[in-house]
Design a binder for this molecule. Structure first.
Ligand SMILES: C[S@@+](CC[C@H](N)C(=O)[O-])C[C@H]1O[C@@H](n2cnc3c(N)ncnc32)[C@H](O)[C@@H]1O
Length: 246
């Protein structure tokens, strides 16, 4: 099963506005400072590079950034934003790279847009092969919040709601495939936008096991981009892996 919903093609027309409302633009500086520390002025490959929200400022700090995305619309936004970055259309579940990178990174839950276990493992395998000897893989994921989904579906308000914007997330749980099938309903002024999405949630320990299967080992795990501790209250994690055969 591949993801029948192309996230980038759906979200590209509203991506900048959407990520601003969701607080993802506000945390760019902190995220880029974190990533810069891990690639030490070397080279980086972003999996699901999107419109360059992070890749553009990272490249402006002197890191040679490249990227992959399967959405022509997202790649067009990236090209409009910067000409510093080489990016190509491809599937992050199965890519081959001649180049070796100091850091491969996959953030903002992009990894969960790969909706099968096999696709997620293949992505980790391709990423491991693209690392240079000292290279690290950085993955940012939400901690699955499944308790309210025991009844099969839930409706929540999204992370950030202000007077102008209300985002409701209506989610149906497919437990056999660890999939969440969601519709985001974004009320803004007089308009309502419907944004469908399918993801495969992963717990941090499952991610570690999949990473081990492809020769990666966990070196660090943080609860946020400012390197706060990952605890039982954390809503997301940033996990850093390197090749275990070294
Ligand atoms: C949540 S957005 C994140 C974009 C960017 N990394 C950021 O942090 O703003 C996910 C991105 O991954 C891309 N994407 C989703 N599935 C993909 C796949 N299988 N192969 C390549 N790109 C994919 C989407 O087109 C989109 O640009």
């Amino acid at each position: 099963m591949s993801n029948e919903l192309n996230y980038g093609e759906i979200y590209a027309p509203i991506y900048e506005e959407y990520t601003t409302v969701q607080g993802m633009v506000a945390e760019v500086d902190e995220t880029v400072a974190f990533l810069e520390r891990y690639c030490g002025g070397g080279s980086a490959l972003e999996l699901g590079i999107g419109d360059g929200r992070l890749a553009a400022p990272l490249s402006e700090r002197g890191v040679k950034v490249e990227g992959i995305d399967n959405s022509p619309r997202m790649l067009a936004l990236l090209a409009k934003r910067t000409d510093l970055i080489k990016a190509w259309q491809g599937d992050i579940a199965r890519f081959k790279s001649e180049q070796r990178y100091s850091m491969v990174y996959c953030v903002y839950c992009t990894f969960t847009l790969l909706v099968t276990r096999e696709a997620q493992i293949e992505c980790l395998r391709s990423a491991a092969e693209a690392l240079d000897d000292e290279g690290v893989l950085v993955i940012e994921l939400d901690v699955p919040g499944l308790n309210p989904l025991v009844g099969g579906q839930k409706t929540t308000t999204s992370r950030l709601v202000d007077h102008e914007n209300t985002i409701l997330n209506v989610t149906v749980h497919d437990p056999l495939n660890q999939n969440l099938v969601s519709s985001l309903l974004w009320f803004s002024g007089t308009s309502v936008r419907r944004l469908p999405q399918r993801t495969r949630y992963v717990y941090h320990q499952e991610l570690d096991t999949m990473a081990e299967c492809v020769g990666l080992e966990l070196v660090e795990r943080w609860g946020d981009w400012s390197q706060g501790a990952f605890t039982e209250r954390s809503e997301r994690h940033i996990s850093v892996y390197r090749r275990s055969s070294l």
